[in-house]
Design a protein around this ligand. Structure first.
Ligand SMILES: NC(=O)c1ccc[n+]([C@@H]2O[C@H](COP(=O)([O-])OP(=O)(O)OC[C@H]3O[C@@H](n4cnc5c(N)ncnc54)[C@H](OP(=O)(O)O)[C@@H]3O)[C@@H](O)[C@H]2O)c1
Length: 243
């Protein structure tokens, strides 16, 4: 698949490029094509030159792609999307964007009038775009460490079943990450709002590269087997294959 990372020169974009380059053509987008090319060269180096990654401006990246990931800060979602509307066809558009602020004491969720960043993106993009809200609570540093097995879940919201399946597949390509469906796009504010909660909790408790995982209190393996994390996961909503 051709995946465009809009603003892919940043932290989470680099993480996605590192994780998905094995199976896909990755197009790193930037406001400046040169910066995108440099970023692509850096990721290629991280992957021992064994990947199909290139860089260009955000507009061309979107035009070329089947899947678009919005990797820009919330504050820039409106301008980046508005300026590039003509580049969209009917791509799957993934939003990991979290609108949040910091009041000097704690991070707080700060959604737009549409209800969430994903709903705002939907309100701006052409009708054919299939928005999936995902990856909000995944730590970019953990994504960039390509061999690291993630212990977290990621929560997916969307209205298009095929797009949800496609993003579920992409999430499963990230070692041990468990994708969990969390409802329609209208529910995406709840997923986005987990991030400030996670950051506050991580700071207060000194947890590095924090993530979120849903557990089942019925899980028997938690009491017994020190299985590798990957082996204790499935995508059926159960926490392990034995439970
Ligand atoms: N970092 C994380 O751990 C993490 C985790 C989950 C979700 N997220 C979400 O993912 C998104 C990206 O996060 P990030 O940490 O990767 O952000 P970032 O590194 O701060 O920025 C990403 C890219 O956004 C572009 N950008 C910056 N200012 C811009 C502007 N004024 N107009 C247009 N583009 C601009 C830049 O690309 P160019 O200069 O190349 O154009 C930059 O490299 C955010 O919405 C965040 O909430 C982040």
């Amino acid at each position: 698949m051709k995946i465009a990372l809009v603003g892919g020169t940043g932290d989470i974009g680099t993480g996605f490029a590192v994780r998905w380059a094995a199976n896909h053509e990755i197009i790193i987008g930037s406001r400046k094509a040169d910066k995108a090319r440099e970023s692509a060269a850096m990721v290629l180096q991280m992957l021992d030159q064994k990947a199909n990654i290139w860089g260009t401006d955000n507009g061309r990246a979107i035009i070329e792609a089947e899947v678009v990931v919005l990797c820009v800060p919330y504050e820039n979602l409106s301008s980046v999307t508005g300026d590039l509307l003509g580049c969209y066809k009917s791509q799957v558009v993934i939003s990991p964007i979290v609108p949040m602020g910091y009041n000097g004491t704690f991070f707080h969720y700060n959604p737009p009038a549409e209800g969430s960043a994903a709903l705002m993106a939907k309100s701006m993009l052409p009708g054919g775009a299939k928005i999936v809200s995902a990856f909000h609570t995944i730590c970019a540093a953990a994504l960039q460490a390509k061999e690291r097995e993630l212990k977290a879940d990621t929560f997916l919201c969307g209205d298009d079943q095929e797009a949800l399946e496609l993003v579920t597949g992409l999430a499963l390509e990230i070692k041990s990450l468990r994708p969990l469906k969390a409802g329609p796009l209208a529910a995406s504010s709840m997923m986005e709002s987990l991030t400030p909660m996670l950051l506050n909790t991580a700071r207060k408790n000194k947890i590095k590269d924090a993530g979120i995982s849903i557990v089942s209190e019925r899980c028997i393996c938690r009491n017994t087997a020190p299985l590798p994390h990957a082996a204790t996961r499935n995508t059926e909503g159960n926490c392990c294959y034995d439970c």
